[in-house]
Ligand binder design. Structure first.
Ligand code: HEC
Ligand code: HEC
Length: 213
């Protein structure tokens, strides 16, 4: 509605504005048609119970714009490779790696749409990727991260692989996610480290995960 009002009042800018709008709207429409059956895009209120979660075959995407790096997202949608070793919502079935593939044009429109979905919980520009000895100690020794997550050196299968997190995930999102897991994953079994680690340690671990090649 806001854009409409602007296009009416500023005639000269109309063509540009209309083009930008229809591009984003295209991603929205493609998503509704091809993706919404498996992914939620409405905010934290939606996925609160196991039943809500089981109603969708894939992870919630309502904070996709805060979580992912744009270049990774655009490329992955065209050539999706498994992130989770096990099928989403299963502790036994293998991920078959059969995620739908998008054309380059669809992937661009979908990426624009998804990058617009953000969470106010994620503060921008705070966490910078860094592998400090303190963070390595926490990830590899003090905390059981590697029991559930694969890194380049191997590791558990029950959580998403963190291989390539440096290119896939936004460091600020990793911190926000670890600090406030219930906001992002109300019903998944990623443990609540926000109540176990102090904020400095959480920052260090988030910065460390953000270096994973
Ligand atoms: C049949 C169900 C299904 C459909 C349809 C589907 N997805 Fe997915 N999607 C999944 C599953 C399952 C995963 C988890 C894959 C993995 O971890 O390897 C996933 C993962 C993703 C991820 C990564 C999410 C994360 O948090 O790791 C993105 C982004 C995504 N899908 C976008 C889309 C888009 C865009 C479409 C429409 C073109 C789409 N998906 C269609 C089931 C689906
Ligand atoms: C008991 C198993 C378990 C442990 C221990 C664990 N995680 Fe997780 N982790 C999970 C699960 C399950 C998810 C979310 C599953 C999903 O989205 O499919 C997750 C999600 C994540 C994500 C988001 C990844 C993504 O692509 O969505 C990050 C980052 C993460 N964990 C980091 C850590 C760190 C750092 C530690 C140690 C301090 C840790 N985890 C310990 C199970 C675990």
């Amino acid at each position: 509605m806001k854009l409409l009002a602007v296009t009416v009042s500023i005639g000269a800018a109309m063509l540009v504005m209309t083009t930008a709008t229809s591009y984003a709207a295209g991603g929205d429409a493609i998503f509704k048609k091809s993706c919404a059956s498996c992914h939620y895009t409405d905010g934290p209120a939606k996925e609160k119970t196991i039943a809500d979660q089981l109603a969708k075959k894939g992870p919630e995407l309502w904070y996709a714009g805060s979580k992912f790096q744009k270049a990774w997202l655009g490329a992955w949608l065209q050539d999706p490779k498994p992130i989770r070793a096990l099928k989403y919502n299963s502790l036994t079935d293998k991920n078959k790696g059969d995620h739908p593939k998008s054309s380059a044009a669809d992937a661009a429109a979908l990426t624009d749409y998804l990058m617009g979905l953000t969470s106010p919980e994620v503060k921008a520009g705070v966490i910078k990727a860094a592998a400090t000895p303190q963070a390595k100690q926490i990830f590899n020794k003090k905390m059981p991260c590697g029991g559930c997550h694969a890194t380049e050196k191997g590791g558990g299968l029950s959580g998403p692989s963190l291989v390539g997190a440096a290119k896939r995930l936004n460091p600020d999102w990793i911190y926000a996610y670890l600090a406030n897991i219930k906001h992002f994953k109300p019903v998944r079994d990623m443990p609540d480290f926000g109540s176990v680690l102090n904020p400095k340690d959480l920052e260090a671990v988030a910065a460390y995960v953000a270096t994973f090649e």
